[in-house]
Design a protein around this ligand. Sequence first.
Ligand SMILES: [Zn+2]
Length: 334
Amino acid sequence: MRSLVIGMLLLTSSVAIAQKPKVIASASIFADMAQTIAGDLAEIKSVVPIGGDPHRYEPTPGDAKLVQNADLILINGLTFEGWMQELIENSGTKGKTILITKNIIPIASDLHAGATDPHAWMTASNGLIYIKNIYEALSNLLPENKEELTKNYNAYKAQLEALDAEIFSLIRSIPEGQRVLVTSHDAFNYYGSRYGLTLSAVMGISTESDAQTADMKRVINNIKEFNVPAIFIESTINPKLIQQIATDLKVKIGGELYADSVGEPGSDGDTYIKMLRHNSKTIAEALSGTNFASTKLNKDAGYLNSGVIFGIIAFLLFSILYMIFKLDSTHAKY
Ligand SMILES: [Zn+2]
């Protein structure tokens, strides 16, 4: 009897698990967005693991299986994860593919004609468009749970709206001339253009091609020209180049930013909201910091000023002593 009850319980729970729709996102940021809206209503997975680089990702047979069994597939498009299209086509999946950047105004690539910059999620305002697309897709998938999805979506929307205002005020706290963001790859165009930062990156909008000498020169010139106090490494990219530039030019590493992946669980960037907040706080702190070069010049000027003042005082003291001595010796004569 007991084993029968346990057997029935196991069967019921496995049925319950099996009934949850499967949602697959190409990258961890989009999986987190979907998870926040869906809660326990769906089983959500990312193809590219946390910390992986979606630009360079090579899908595994396991990924093909994930996509094959998916009920809903969320992709960014805008030339972010081109390999995903092939994965979907070859998997024979019956799942519906949703382009979650629908209604976003794309930024064109500077380098490649006709190409777009994929990093649209980097502003909270675009994040609002992403989560609306995901919410609509989940509502179509789970019409019977629309009420719960709507509740979760509205709460998420309010958080993103507040975050957008918070990022504006963080970036405005940086002195205007120091709002220059130097990173490994060009993932901050949407961010810079919304929140008001000048950008300079060693690599292009994709990490597929390595940094060129001309790009390195341009970045080095920008750091010198703007007197940039700090430059930044990214969680999904080898920090070697940025570290080398920082050592050569004696600028600090301002911290690690999240661009193409959320942070590891437990890190301060382990959700989409937290990664944007972490980035903005890190950037604001590092760029508001002391501007070494100008401080050094001011200090030099300071030393010069105090030296001159010290000289004048010493000269006056010496003159007074000399006059006293002279008067004394004149008196002594009479
Ligand atoms: Zn990227």
